[in-house]
Design a protein around this ligand. Sequence first.
Ligand code: PMP
Length: 427
Amino acid sequence: MTASLTDAKSAELFARAARVLPGGVNSPVRAMRSIGRDPIFVERAAGVDLLDVDGNRYVDWVCSWGPLIHGHAHPEVLAAIQDTATAGTTFGAPTALEVELAEEVARRVPSVEMLRMTSSGTEASMSAIRLARAATGRDVVVKFAGAYHGHVDGLLADAGSGLATQGIPSSPGVLPSAAAATVIVPWNDFDAVEAALREHEVAALIAEPYPANMGLVPPEEGFLARLRELTEEHGALLIFDEVISGFRVAPGGAQELSGVTPDLTVMGKILGGGLPAAAFGGPRELLERLAPVGDVYQAGTLSGNPLAVAAGLATLRLLDDDAYLRLSETTTALATGLREAAGDRPVQVVSETGLVTLFFRDRPVRDYADARDADHEAYGAWCRGLLARGVYAPPSGYEAWFVSLAHEPDHVARTVEAAAAAFEVLG
Ligand code: PMP
């Protein structure tokens, strides 16, 4: 591990990129602005060994922001993609593989009897909301401050992730009417949820059951169960956005872990095994409101794309009970190591199977306001220190570290060592 890295080729690519791609990137957080540096261009990766275009090697804790639960270029996932590709890459007609994937998801996820596939989490949450509005005949959607459900117009208000990083509360270009149909409440604040449901005719309450786009801020004891009770009482649908938590915190996601079953579930990331695939699902009576059976329109040229479906199936089939045990052990080892490396510094290390976040703050974080109160400048400096020591951590204090099954004890040890050294430099 080196204490500094050369980045001449990344810098050269970034200069070219900035002329043809806004900010030099195709998705904002990659630009690494919030940690005060330019982006790193990737050459290739295997497992969690990431190589950049300048020849620097990193232990990757981003893993493409979640899809790669088995690490990069897993041989079985690659083989599934290659085998499928030789038979053609897309048909715009049904295939057996998408039926198999749907059956596999329905078997794992408690709320899902049927599902509709999309190409991104954004589309899946947008369509789930359309379906919820159609099913209830109501307009208003309640979301939590700091929760991110993709760049859907009405859901950008007070979203975390890249918006938190860039300090954009919403976005120009979003119609006031779209934002007006969204009511924002603080996470873990039951009274605020109750008031919102009382005061508005709510179509759906959408929640990341284990929010990970303001950093990881788990639900307090009983919070998800009370969301279920309250939405039922007020005739609103409960939507769990499990794009991150799905197939990660447990085989059936946060709904299996908590025993709370939502009406609709949004999925993505692991579902597509590193290729573009997402979905929303629920009971037959809701899902059959969708065209062509029902009147709610939803479609996609590449929805259920054979390559993405093959990658997703291969990924899910490798996720047996033993995999979750190992994922949980690695997560605990990383969280414990980072806590020890931080020593008595004001740092909170939060974790759930497959996810870890560090908040540079002296008190626990229970909502978005607390997450914003953390010292994000210090996180940025520490994160630059990690990169210089060969550890690629999320370049934003509002994101989670994505633990994978390719992370071995040696990766954890190297990371903890680099973390301790980077803390030392911070003072
Ligand atoms: N929901 C959650 C919880 C997410 O974390 C994300 C993306 N990080 C999305 C939705 C949007 O998914 P996509 O980027 O595939 O549109």
